[in-house]
Design a protein around this ligand. Sequence first.
Ligand SMILES: [Zn+2]
Ligand SMILES: [Zn+2]
Length: 343
Amino acid sequence: MPELRYDPIRQRWTIISIERGRRPHEYVTEKEEVKKVDSCPFDYGNEQRTPPEIYAISDQPRQPNTPGWKVRVVPNKYPALRIEGELKREGVGLFDVVSGIGAHEVIIETPDHNREMSDRTPEEIALVLKAYKERLLDLRKDTRFRYILVFKNHGKDAGASLSHPHSQLIATPIFPPVVKAELVSAREHYLRKERCIFCDIIKQELTLRDRIVWESDKYVLWEPFASSFPFETWLFPKYHSHDFALLPDEELYDLAVALKEMLVRIKALLNDPPYNMVLHTAPPPHPRPGHADYWETLEFDFHWHIELIPRITKIAGFEWGSGLHINPTPPEEAAKYLREVEI
Ligand SMILES: [Zn+2]
Ligand SMILES: [Zn+2]
């Protein structure tokens, strides 16, 4: 019999097929034709074709917007939200309207058009993490932004419009509902128990072990109990840490090793599927008038992490209409496949 499972962090239910889960090879991911790109705006020599760079990492002296960089961050040419302007929040009758202030940046992860994150060395991946960190630290000074979401779309079916490896970030003047649900669950758990809900779950998963995919001294990968999608994978620091952006640079390498492990396993098992990856870290704790207690326990109750969803199933009417997901592969089976996959 299928099982309905509740996720206490995201506060949502998923229907999970328990008896015979769909096996990895039963998910057909159509291989995208790798288009030969004559002229990619993210390659060396084409720096003038992007908006002027905001940040770059390079190990040689260079002028901005010229080749020689290792990671380069530029504003999105077609931003979802705009950086300039005054933030206004107003009511229009029953409705709430907030001006479309935000930031939308593209993190060009490597100058090499064909070097996907899973193919790179941990040293190279750590540079991308460093760029995430620096952009978060810079953007959170802007009190107009309530949250900054770093994410990566890999493959056309996951929403990537350019094949050159890149991540993005969007700073929003409101809390994205998914993040808000996590923050609220974490805070409520803390107020009840004075413990971090994520630390509690990590401890439990490391004891039960049937959903664990991989672990190192500092990081752990597992399939969440109520995985909404098959082979959904979470990456957590094992020790309590609420804010990714506060990680010292020298610790980014260990995280890069864990991230590579996650990407390599997913790629090998599911034939390089399209995927979405998101970083959930603490919001900038700007004071909120009328909510004096908002961030009082943030440092203790939230626990940053990375979530990866392979885009191998489609969201259909039932999911849209109900907010319930159907996951045809139980996370225990998914974890076993990911543990045992040859890499
Ligand atoms: Zn390119
Ligand atoms: Zn914790």
